[in-house]
Write a new protein. Structure first.
Length: 685
């Protein structure tokens, strides 16, 4: 699905699609949770650059709430600090009801931009791009402000009310954090700091805002911001180039961009060491690894250093990109934006989102579509294409709208319909007088066997937790079915490990994967008129389950599903077994008694299986099966315990929470094992 090379969206309107898989968004939102910390943070906000004590671009007040408080124009420290203390700047009186130490003071909306924009502004002086950034930020913040809500808890109400106002201030910064005392790189970005105060017109009072939904929909606001910014650049004559991390102005080599991305490279290297891969984790890592500003440098010193790092060819390249944009800045750049590209982007988002999920929040699907169309279609065009798409179904559940597709709904309906069609449609395999061969089966296992033998349904199921004896029950049931009917029972599982290892090790020698059943015409002929048994069926997606049902229908085969939806979920879209059980179409036989564990240990496992994870964990701790070890020696403790198990000719598994910890423990184990025995790498959770 991913392209192999970056793609350029030129003014000529190339038809290639942009790559997906952008590593980071350009919008980060961080809460400030104390008045003192926010006041300290103000010193960072008002200083636009890390090389100077002077204030570059002064902060500016925005928002309907700010106007109500009489705040406009340049931000003054006294007014900012008053809001930090939850006081009205005009009168000093208390603003909102809550003023405790744990009150969230506000939220910092940090809008970044592609590095190429910073380079063009800083090294060629095209400040039209700064205006484009500011307009994009303000338009997006106005959209966020319109979505702002507050809680309503008066007169027995329990709801949220849209208020559509905020108090926020804008601070423009032009450089990145310095790395190891070096001169900071160009990095244009904007901090929009929104205070946790909104005015409720209905109740006519100031209250705390409800930012949770805003933060949850951040991907959509980020996508709209990027779309606005790219559209403005096209209008200014620039072209857009898509790449793995997002997009940049076309015509600037990646090597040049990387040369002035030392701060990003520092974060990426530290993230790799710690095993951090998600954008949120990298953002938090960036906040923890900030360096202090570099003092005693003037603006001229900084630009002199930047230009000294450029080759003549690189400087020519930047100037050429700007000159070509200036010649083309007739406002026609947005002509490449098209409704067709918007439809393509929506189709891409649907394919991407519903490959492994059957339902998603509408805002997330829209965000992916809009980002995919950056520079090719406007956010408004993508939204219109989304609303008109014939395969999309939207429903509001609680505070959010959710999306599925008619294709997914039709597959689920077809799957449920086939399950219902098979009700009471078959002769039973046997009767309740079955003479059990395995005398060690408990009552639950025996009831499950009888349930399968006496059922008249085409589709049957058995549910039970790990260690409940499903394998022993399977052996008894399969033996009985084959002896009483002359039919063969073919066993399958969704994964190679579950089928070709676990099942085969337990005596089901012909067990294979579900995918092999789909691919092999020979196996499809073998199951004709027979019985299909799918173990670990909780891993099956709706698409896979439907394919099994259709294959069984065309082959006149019966189906048995065994597994536990509390243990496993499908990797692809839709938890098929869960859906079948929730709709009442399939009523499984239950295995409840755990055999694998004994005594109090079994009781702890039962509690965890029933959903009481804290209770089960505490029970395990009381039994001595869980130990909390101090941070300073936990790696050595884990390695030594593992080596002790190996010394007793047993096997064990070490699971580390991060790649970094996994590497540390692996290194210690290898040192203890010596060159002869060695050790494989550890699994990171």
């Amino acid at each position: 699905m991913l392209g192999q090379t970056p793609e350029c969206i030129s003014r000529g309107g190339g038809q290639c699609l942009p790559r997906e898989g952008w590593e980071d968004s350009l919008l980060r939102i961080r809460a400030q949770k104390s008045s003192r910390a926010t006041k300290d943070y103000y010193a960072h906000l008002e200083r636009a650059d890390y090389y100077s004590e002077s204030r570059g671009h002064a902060g500016t007040w925005f928002g309907r709430g700010a106007k109500r408080l009489g705040l406009s124009g340049e931000v003054e420290q006294e007014d900012f600090f008053a809001l930090c203390d939850n006081r009205r700047p005009d009168s000093g009186k208390k603003l909102t009801a809550r003023s405790g130490d744990h009150r969230i003071v506000g939220y910092d909306f940090n809008f970044n931009c592609p590095k190429s924009i910073s380079l063009i502004i800083s090294l060629t002086g095209d400040h039209r791009l700064l205006k484009a950034l500011q307009e994009s930020v303000r338009e997006t913040m106005a959209e966020i402000e319109s979505a702002m809500e507050t809680r309503v808890r008066t007169n027995g109400a329990y709801e949220d009310r849209n208020v559509g106002n905020m108090v926020w201030s804008e601070f423009v910064h032009t450089t990145a954090r310095p790395v190891e005392g070096q001169v900071p790189d160009p990095n244009l970005h904007t901090h929009a700091f929104a205070f946790n105060a909104v005015h409720d017109e209905v109740e006519d009072r100031w209250k705390a805002g409800k930012f949770h939904k805003i933060c949850r929909d951040a991907p959509l606001f980020d996508a709209r911001y990027q779309s606005r910014l790219a559209e403005k650049l096209l209008t200014l004559g620039y072209s857009i180039e898509q790449h793995r991390r997002g997009w940049d102005i076309a015509g600037i080599d990646r090597e040049l961009i990387e040369k002035f991305s030392r701060r990003q490279r520092q974060i990426e290297e530290e993230a790799a060491k710690q095993g951090i891969t998600d954008a949120k984790g990298k953002g938090e890592l960036g906040a923890r690894t900030r360096s202090k500003k570099v003092a005693h440098l003037t603006n001229e010193d900084l630009h002199r250093d930047w230009k000294s790092r450029l080759t003549a060819a690189e400087l020519f390249q930047l100037r050429k990109v700007r000159e070509e944009a200036a010649q083309d800045s007739d406002g026609g750049g947005s002509g490449i934006l098209s409704a067709h590209a918007a439809k393509v982007a929506v189709d891409h988002a649907l394919g991407h989102c519903f490959e492994r999920r059957s339902v998603m929040r509408e805002s997330l699907v829209l965000a992916i579509a809009i980002k995919h169309a950056v520079g090719r279609a406007t956010a408004e065009q993508v939204t219109a294409a989304f609303e008109e798409h014939p395969d999309i179904i939207c429903r509001k559940l609680g505070s959010y709208r959710y999306v599925t597709t008619r294709t997914m709904l039709e597959m689920e309906s077809r799957m449920i319909g086939l399950a219902k069609l098979g009700k009471y449609s078959c002769a039973p395999f046997g009767d309740a007088d079955h003479q059990f061969k395995a005398v060690f089966l408990d009552q639950g296992q025996r009831r499950a066997v009888l349930h399968l033998l006496t059922s008249r349904d085409k589709l049957m199921a058995v549910r039970g937790p790990a260690g409940a004896g499903k394998s022993s029950m399977m052996q008894e049931a399969i033996s009985a079915i084959e002896e009483k009917t002359g039919r063969r029972v073919f066993t399958f599982a969704p994964t190679a490990m579950a089928s070709r290892h676990v099942l085969r090790d337990k005596g089901f020698h012909d067990a294979d994967t579900v995918q092999q059943l789909f691919n092999s015409k020979e196996k499809q002929e073998q199951i004709r008129g027979q019985c299909i048994w799918i173990d670990e069926a909780g891993l099956l997606s709706v698409r896979q389950m439907l394919a099994i049902f259709e294959l069984a229908e065309s082959s006149d085969a019966r189906v048995v599903l065994s597994g536990d939806v509390r243990q496993h979920r499908a990797v692809e879209a839709g938890d098929a077994l869960r859906i079948l059980q929730a709709r009442g179409t399939v009523v499984p036989a239950e295995l409840t008694q755990i055999h694998r564990q004994q005594g109090a240990y079994r009781e702890a496992m039962r509690r965890m299986g029933d959903g009481d994870v804290p209770g089960g964990y505490c029970a395990m701790e009381e039994l001595g099966w869980v130990h909390e070890v101090a941070n300073d020696n936990r790696h050595e403790k884990v390695a030594n315990d593992y080596l002790d198990v190996l010394g007793r000719n047993k096997t064990s598994l070490v699971v580390a929470p991060t790649h970094l910890e996994g590497r540390k423990v692996t290194e210690l184990i290898r040192k203890g094992c010596g060159p002869k025995t060695g050790s494989r790498g550890l699994r990171s959770a």
